[in-house]
Design a protein around this ligand. Sequence first.
Ligand SMILES: [Zn+2]
Length: 130
Amino acid sequence: MAWKCPQCGFVHENDAVTVCEACGFVRAAGRLALVAEATGKRLAVGIDTAIGKQLLETFAGEDHVYATDPQFLLARDPVRGGWSLAPAPGAKNPTFLTGAALGTAPAPLEPGAVITIGPTRLRLRVENEP
Ligand SMILES: [Zn+2]
């Protein structure tokens, strides 16, 4: 879906673009959903949220046992727009994003990405929440 920059009026054809190419305006991130592939249940997130074992147990199925509390942090990125994913300090098992281990810096989170613990456990698909 196209969107129009509220600051300069530039029209962007690609909805995945979060920063205005013409003036640098950053779009406010919408809500995000994590969809657990094991259960089909989803968790909608509208504010910066720490995700851990206790919360995962409510929607993500058996694999929540591999998580620590907290396991990772979802945060809106004020510079780039959109959302980012950061590993929580002290997590027992590493958090992976679409097959690659997270570094220490937050990684951009795009719809269609898959968050896992280790390379295969607790598959959570990232979607935009309408
Ligand atoms: Zn603009």
